[in-house]
Design a protein around this ligand. Sequence first.
Ligand code: S3P
Length: 184
Amino acid sequence: MNPPTSVAPHLVLVGLMGTGKSTVGRRIAHKLGWEFLDTDDEINRLTGRTVRQIFETDGEEFFRQVEHDVLAAACQMSTPHVIAGAGGIVLRADNRQLLKNSRFVVWLNAPLPVLVERIGQRAAKGDGHRPLIDGNPAERLQKLYVERECLYRDVSSIEIDVEGLQVQDVIDKVLTETGLEANS
Ligand code: S3P
């Protein structure tokens, strides 16, 4: 008989680049008194390199392995964390299993034009940790959207459309829909 699979006590936010996972996640963690972990920041902390540097020197596959190691370690932690999972966290089947074994997985979603608009604004401000959309962000993002939509749907139990919502509105929805508002 297989041993029972334990559920990681975390709230994980997933979704494409530009949906606000890190901003929303950090503020929810603060509100709940939980710890916050952003997988890209953790990779940066552990390797001493930026996402872009890792992509350029070691390639995407190596990056995905480090990303997996970070998620796996996070899922071992017994104290509840709010985790902002980077956009590609759903690509590996083993990551999807880890996500499904987490207490809450919330998919922040938005129509493609909204994401293109948000990411364009940030790229103009020098936010360069997204090598996958270099060149033609709109076209590349559309490809990622098509490839990943079903994966985000597969791992999440709650979907929030962030179009037209302020950060505080998204936070309120996450807290309401998870039932965590009572603890905040
Ligand atoms: C990626 C998303 C990025 C970063 C890297 C790859 C992806 O994180 O990990 O550029 O594959 O969608 P954010 O979702 O935080 O932008």
